[in-house]
Design a protein. Sequence first.
Length: 274
Amino acid sequence: MAIYAIGDIQGCFDELLALLDVIEFNEHSDQLWFVGDLVNRGAKSLETLRFVKQLGSAAITVLGNHDIHLLVTAIFPERIKKKDTLNAILNAPDRDELLDWLRQQPLFHFAHGFGLLHAGLPPQWDLAQTQSMATLAETALRGANYQTLLSQLYDNPPDVWTDELTGMAQLRFIINCFTRMRFCEANGRLDFENSGELGSQPTHLFPWFSLPERKTANIKLIFGHWSALGYYTEQNCYAIDTGCIWGRELTAIRLDHDSVQRFSMQLRRDNSPE
């Protein structure tokens, strides 16, 4: 079985299908790992969501910030933004089935020596705590009171991890790490203002994966979310959001225990919503 991890799609369905042709994906023998942000900004979010869902066990996807945003706007339509392209999903006859499936997806997946997530991890968490924190937030998202959780996600505090965090504050921090994190301070304090290339940040900020005290430094991690970072393969990390939605490439990497192989696809057309 071949395993391929694929970067942020964000509704770029045509590029996804073209990339799957390049890697000769076989849904009966291979598996796709998606780093999240299946939807939004691109023209074919509905088609993307339906396709990944129907793949069943041939696909693993973690939740990204745009996927969370879809779940929020389905309950609170006033949260819809001008640039969102989610109406096709929200008005689809299978809307509820799709949203319920999406809400069941994990924030973190670990198998075959690789960890899959959308954004980042605080330096204080080792692998065991990362899995524990993901499970805690996933349980809340899947639970009967998930609407209450979604109603209180759109906030930044707390922005640094302590073992004393509990309740909604703890859940918000966990989800913000897994779905929004890029730069942080040396102690892991989250920054939500900077999203540019490495070196563009103020001097007190660091990319989350570069902190020397990071307890997951010995784990191979695959993530997306950071299109300005581009394809990055240092410090046991594989960043694979290569900005397809911005007219660049959609990237896949084939995972092996000792190495990865990169594939990419770019269609020369306007990716703006129809």
